[in-house]
Ligand binder design. Structure first.
Ligand code: NAG
Ligand code: NAG
Length: 603
């Protein structure tokens, strides 16, 4: 009774307390359109300094809104970065940070994913009466124990509508575009099977020739064991396109394997349809693009139009899609009450290159490193644009450190959600975006590579300096290269990194490319920086359920880290037939989305 009264009174109290211009925004909760591109580098966008790729629509969002120049992803890879984005917490808190080689989910038929115990911003907004939708990439798991339990599915995590890729776009989705999933593991398995075959033949020969007494049943058993092992291992790799590259609408698989060519129009159509269907109530749309991850799309309208090959064509298509979405918001008269946000999950992928066409991934501008490098700026500094004509002044540029994890508390705040929460690592961005605060609340920021603390950023209050302390850096391969070309992504543990004691120190304000390490002679605050950041690390670690252990990935690969169940162990990652989403009768999965249906839905 009392709470019902309060709910009735609250809007009145809020409106009365605010001035006329914000009063209209208060009456109706704002809508949110969050747009995230996959693997996009900060140097690829016009308003971040690119002068040869045309991104007029994105640039216009920035010039009419607020542009963040130090917007930082919580991790340099999809799964952990996206989890941190949606939960407002470092991925290590949810068990989505890896201890070893595998740092993202590799199979839809694995059991790892976003744990049910986590809360996303979508769930919070749903509880505030929002209509919530995710269109596009998820990549945070599907099932736990059986096909169809959908324990990790977007519908369980606050998105009442889902259309898109429960996994991600990757090279294996298009035959002939190269391989993505653990090429070295596949090769090892091939060699093992070969060895096994040779061994079996030898045994058969030994038995036939009578040199040694080998029982027949033993040989037959061995043969079938070998066959079963080969099937269990090979089938998932051979059928990756069918197993991983699928489209779901809510919990139904509607296309398997997916047709990549028509994906851009379908995702855009679905996103526009969602906005139109929800124009009359507060909504959250997370538009999580499949672009510009490889394989790059070949959309006829954009092919050959840019000055940067297929990568540039894809980026110009992204810009066109953003423009279309914005048109939809404008045409429905929602612009003044809709916050549009544009970002990327992490930096461009430097090692995704081909001897014939050169680099296929993005460009991280002046910043060192890229995707999978948690310490170097190129892996984590991404575009960040907020557009909200009814509330945010045009043309503001915020240079303070901000995080993708800030979206969670910002959306909560704007939706009027005052419920207590768990340990959150982000801060409400509105004071910075509105120009009411000059200083970011992120005095310190922690940069993870898997579960390992890679670097710490310190922005001392009242100073321009942004110090970054690196505890370890990835070993580039071949040596002297600008990335880890031998493993295709950099790894965070063991021989793959070099530890620094004392740590490497840079001041990003004077040296954004992290090329001139500071020393006690060149930096008067050197000792202070090391001391302050060490204390900040201790404070940060005391908020984790358990202290950080050694950086020896191999020995703790299956252990739980920080008191939460690790979702990135081999046991959780590897493919299991009974978890594989499938349309039809497993293992004969296959279906095509009825295009007539999607067109009428999108219209
Ligand atoms: C623009 O982006 C392209 C493609 O990523 C890149 O090759 C080029 O160097 C960038 N230009 C600038 C000025 O950053
Ligand atoms: C949107 O907000 C801006 C700034 O407050 C105002 O100038 C404009 O008239 C508003 N547009 C509509 C359609 O309400």
């Amino acid at each position: 009774m009392r709470s019902a009264m309060l709910a009735l009174l609250l809007p009145l109290i809020l409106t009365a307390g605010s001035d006329v211009s914000t009063g209209s925004a208060m009456e109706k909760k704002p809508n949110f359109v969050l747009m995230m591109v996959d693997d996009l580098g900060i140097g690829d966008i016009g308003c971040y300094g690119n002068d040869t790729i045309r991104t007029p629509n994105i640039d216009r969002l920035a010039s009419e809104g607020v542009k963040l120049t130090q917007h930082i992803a919580a991790a340099p890879l999809c799964s952990p970065s996206r989890v941190a984005f949606m939960t407002g917490r470092y991925a290590i808190r949810s068990g989505m940070a890896s201890t070893g080689r595998v740092q993202v989910l590799l199979f839809l038929g694995g059991s790892g994913g976003l744990p049910a115990s986590e809360t996303t911003f979508a769930k919070r907004l749903q509880q505030q009466g929002y209509s919530t939708g995710l269109i596009g990439k998820w990549h945070l798991g599907v099932n736990c124990e059986s096909r169809g339990d959908h324990c990790h599915h977007p519908n369980q995590h606050g998105f009442s509508y889902f259309y898109g890729l429960p996994f991600t776009l990757f090279n294996d989705c298009v035959p002939g575009e190269g391989k993505d999933v653990l090429v070295d593991l596949q090769q090892t398995l091939q060699h093992l099977t070969l060895l096994f075959g040779v061994g079996l033949l030898t045994m058969a020969f030994v038995r036939v020739s009578g040199l040694l007494e080998v029982r027949l049943w033993f040989l037959v058993l061995l043969f079938f064991l070998g066959l079963a092992a080969a099937a269990v291992w090979y089938v998932p790799f051979a059928l990756l396109q069918t197993w991983n590259c699928i489209i779901m609408r809510n919990q139904e698989v509607i296309e398997q394997p997916m047709t990549v060519e028509t994906l851009p129009q379908r995702l855009l159509g679905e996103a526009q349809g969602f906005i139109k269907r929800n124009a009359d109530r507060p909504f959250l749309l997370f538009f999580s693009l499949a672009h510009i991850h490889t394989p790059l799309f070949k959309s006829p309208a954009f092919t050959g139009k840019s000055r940067h090959g297929r990568y540039g064509d894809n980026l110009e298509e992204v810009d066109w899609m953003i423009g279309k979405l914005r048109e939809t918001v404008d045409s429905l008269g929602l612009a003044n009450n809709t916050l549009m946000y544009f970002t990327s999950d992490h930096g461009g992928h430097l090692e995704d290159s081909d001897p014939h066409i050169g680099q296929k991934g993005g460009w991280n501008g002046i910043y060192k490193g890229g995707k999978a490098m948690g310490g170097w700026e190129g892996g984590i500094r991404v575009p960040g644009i907020f557009h909200w004509p009814g509330r945010l002044a045009a043309g503001r540029v915020v240079e303070e450190p901000t995080s993708l994890m800030d979206l969670y508390p910002t959306l909560k705040y704007l939706a009027g959600d005052k419920q207590p929460d768990r340990e959150i690592d982000g801060y409400n961005l509105m004071p910075l975006l509105e120009g009411k605060a000059a200083q970011s609340e992120h005095e310190f920021m922690f940069h993870y590579c898997g579960v390992y603390l890679n670097a710490v950023r310190w922005h001392p209050p009242g100073s321009d300096s942004v110090f970054k302390v690196h505890f370890f850096t990835p070993n580039f391969s071949p040596p002297g290269a600008g990335g880890c070309y031998d493993t295709k992504v950099c790894l965070c543990h063991g021989d793959h990194v070099t530890h620094h004691n004392p740590p490497l120190l840079f001041d990003l304000f004077h040296d954004p490319s992290e090329s001139r390490p500071l020393t006690p002679d060149t930096e008067p605050r050197y000792a202070e920086v090391l001391e302050r950041t060490a204390k900040a690390v201790m404070r940060h670690q005391s908020t984790l359920p358990q202290k950080v252990t050694s950086a020896d990935g191999a020995s703790q690969a299956s252990a739980d880290v920080h008191g939460v169940q690790n979702q990135m162990t081999w046991e959780k990652i590897l493919w299991r037939p009974w978890l594989q989403p499938c349309c039809g009768t497993f293992p004969f999965c296959g279906c095509k989305e009825n295009e007539a249906i999607y067109e009428s839905k999108a219209a």
